[in-house]
Design a protein around this ligand. Structure first.
Ligand code: NDP
Length: 316
């Protein structure tokens, strides 16, 4: 298989990956970045980003990612299409296989592969993507001021998103498939005591409808039971909060992960415990998952990579 040796390899093209590329490029690390399955990452599927400092008028997610990409290119980052399909992090230089056809040997590796929001798998989720369906209340909640929204899920994320949305929307339905919430007690109490949130226990969303974006959701109560009920509820926004899947599978044999698969780093650093291997952004962040926090950790990872390469005498 074709093999190429690089100094600093960055895997992933969200805010963490591109920020790492900007810093690594400016530090003369000749970074090579593979963009992965979804160039630009999760922000390319959101609408406007209004909470990233520096954009007083807001900016569209795709535009922001394109700007970051061009900024990384300006400082010499070598940005490439390709997906890491296998990894050997057992010893340096680390070996990463790209698209099952090429091996990159890297002295330093920054894993910034992100996390993917889980969806229910309904056709309508795709049909109304960006037109009323969202997996991020902090990103998109603002567009539903004084409107009616539904949040699916019964964990901490769902409760947090429902509570957040209740500060903006006129009404929030929380659609929970079980007869109870899985969230921590404090989050449950917050939801149950909130007049704007109506919890629909034992409900499943099975479809969406609307001519011009989402106008309602098809619900089934006690699905599969003899007393099953089907009815529709009018909503303007449909938020998924049924968990995220961190994109860490190929690295799992080498790095520590939590039970969900998030890479565990050392304290507030991006260090994975493997010398020269760093993790940044959502793949290592079960808590904040914001563009700005991802960008910050990408910066930290590049700074650590530079330090490591200097210590090893590998910085040209
Ligand atoms: P969780 O896995 O904890 O919860 C997922 C929820 O989605 C569950 O209620 C689950 O239902 C439901 N769900 C999953 N699949 C489906 C489906 N196909 N249809 C309908 N419902 C579905 O994920 P979270 O993202 O909420 O939390 C992840 C971790 O992050 C947790 O450890 C959580 O505690 C933590 N967290 C902490 C926060 C905080 O402390 N402030 C904030 C956010 C997250 P069921 O219960 O039936 O399986």
């Amino acid at each position: 298989m074709e093999t190429e040796r690089v100094n600093c390899l960055i895997i992933g093209s969200g805010p963490a990956g591109y920020t790492a590329a900007i810093y690594a490029g400016r530090a003369n690390l000749s970074p090579v970045l593979y963009e992965g399955m979804q160039p630009g990452g999760q922000l390319t599927i959101t609408t406007d980003v209004e909470n990233f400092p520096g954009y007083p008028e807001g900016i569209s997610g795709p535009q922001m990612m394109d700007d970051m990409r061009r900024q990384a290119e300006r400082f010499g980052a070598d940005l490439r299409y390709g997906v890491v399909t296998a990894a050997d992090l057992s010893r340096a230089p680390y070996r990463l296989t790209i698209d099952e056809e090429k091996v990159i040997e890297a002295h330093a590796v920054i894993i910034a592969t992100g996390a993917t929001a889980k969806y229910l798998g309904l056709e309508d989720e795709k049909k109304y993507a960006g037109m009323g369906v969202s997996a991020c209340a902090t990103c998109d909640g603002f567009f539903y001021r004084k409107k009616v929204v539904a949040v699916v899920g019964g964990g901490d994320t769902a409760c947090e998103e429902a509570t957040y949305l209740s500060g903006l929307a006129a009404k929030v339905y929380l659609i929970v498939r079980k007869p109870y919430l899985r969230a921590s007690r404090i989050m449950q109490e917050r939801v149950m005591n909130n007049e704007k949130i109506e919890v629909l226990f034992e409900h499943n969303a099975v479809g969406l409808f609307g001519d011009n974006g989402v106008e309602g959701v098809h619900l089934v109560k006690r699905m599969g039971e003899p007393d099953e009920e089907r009815y529709d509820v009018a909503i303007d926004g449909f938020f998924l909060a049924i968990g995220h899947k961190p994109n860490s599978d190929v690295f799992k044999p080498y790095v520590k992960t939590d039970e969900v698969g998030y890479i565990i780093t050392e304290g507030a650093t991006p260090c994975t415990g493997i010398p020269g291997v760093f993790a940044a952004g959502d793949v290592a962040d079960p808590h904040y998952r914001q563009a700005i926090t991802a960008a910050a950790s990408g910066c930290k990872a590049a700074v650590e990579a530079e330090r490591y390469l200097m210590e090893q005498g590998l910085k040209q």
